[in-house]
Design a protein. Structure first.
Length: 339
């Protein structure tokens, strides 16, 4: 009889222990699962690498599960996106602005999953399109170019032609150039892709042959060849978004227009963790530390005496909201300047 009571007591203890373990298992919060999808290899260009660095920094600072997949082609993207949803992703970050529309379409089918598009063009209830202004840093770069040119002709080369390019990047750069040099002429060219190095080289040579003595390049893989051509031809260069281009040609790259991609990605994860990430279009610029201009300290004495002062004056007016992209487009249009 005593043996049965002992046995029964042991069973009760085991049952209680199992119940407690089960309760703990159910009450322990699950880690937030974040997936990031890259269109290209992470190491293919500074933009992707910096975004990845922001993702890894978020992994270190927050208690979240981080997964990523690189080189996701356009054809693969919908399937990979759906698989990430099916595998329980709480947040999916898409690192390609041209995939805004397919992301929105998928998000509509899965309202319980949160999505974020880096530099996306539209948002929704569960889609946060987070990025820079696409014009503030370009505006400052234009101001530097306008101050530096002696031929009154500057070159502006970007990867692709699009409404975003004309209404933001081009408009901002042209306005900035005219801010420091009302007589300046801007020659605008488009590589056609982010990785056509040969085309980029040909375009830079063509612009220099046309009288350009300072070239701005925001062209992905073509940035380095653009800088090297400028170095060989003895003209100045401004590049975005990577400071490492100064190392490529320290006596040629006078400034770098910075787009702090890692801060964008880090901020998306941080907002998700803190419950602050909301759908819609989120734009961050100089004021938020996402865009800016960085002068090469080795060449700062080459900038005309009042050049830096004028650039910084423009920078402050942008921060204060006195210069906006709407005002820029309005002013350029009134003066019949094509952007």
């Amino acid at each position: 009889m005593k043996t049965n009571k002992v046995f029964l007591g042991i069973l009760v203890l085991v049952f209680v222990a199992l119940m407690m373990a089960s309760t703990l298992a159910f009450t322990e919060p699950l880690k937030l699962k974040v997936v990031m999808l890259f269109a290209n290899p992470i190491t293919s260009e500074a933009w992707n690498l910096n975004c990845f660095k922001g993702l890894m920094r978020a992994k270190e600072d927050f208690d979240v599960d981080i997964l990523y997949q690189e080189s996701v082609s356009d054809g693969e993207f919908p399937g990979v996106l759906r698989s990430s949803i099916m595998e329980g992703a709480d947040l999916i970050i898409v690192n390609e602005l041209y995939r805004t529309e397919p992301t929105l379409e998928m998000a509509e089918q899965y309202p319980d999953t949160m999505f974020a598009v880096c530099y996306g063009t539209k948002g929704a209830d569960n889609v946060a399109s987070v990025g820079g202004t696409n014009w503030e840093a370009n505006c400052l770069s234009g101001a530097v170019a306008g101050a530096m040119t002696e031929t009154n002709t500057v070159g502006f080369m970007i990867a692709t032609d699009s409404p975003i390019a004309h209404n933001y990047l081009n408009a901002g750069f042209i306005y900035g150039a005219r801010w420091t040099n009302p007589e300046v002429k801007v020659l605008t060219t488009y590589v056609g892709s982010w990785d056509d190095i040969l085309k980029g080289k040909e375009l830079v040579i063509s612009m220099i042959d046309a009288g350009v003595d300072i070239v701005y390049s925001q062209s992905g893989k073509a940035n380095q060849i653009a800088v090297q051509v400028c170095e060989g031809k003895g003209v100045w260069a401004i590049v975005t978004p990577s400071n490492d281009m100064i190392d490529v040609a320290p006596k040629t790259v006078v400034a770098v227009s910075t787009l702090v991609a890692d801060e964008i990605v880090y901020g998306i994860v941080e907002d998700m963790v803190k419950g602050n990430l909301q759908g819609g279009l989120v734009v961050k610029g100089i004021k938020e530390g996402v865009e800016d201009i960085y002068f090469n300290p080795l060449l700062i004495d080459k900038v005309p005496e009042n050049g830096i002062e004028r650039v910084m004056e423009l920078r402050q007016k942008i921060i204060d909201g006195e210069v906006t992209i709407e005002k820029i487009r309005e002013e350029l249009t009134k003066e019949n300047i094509i952007f």
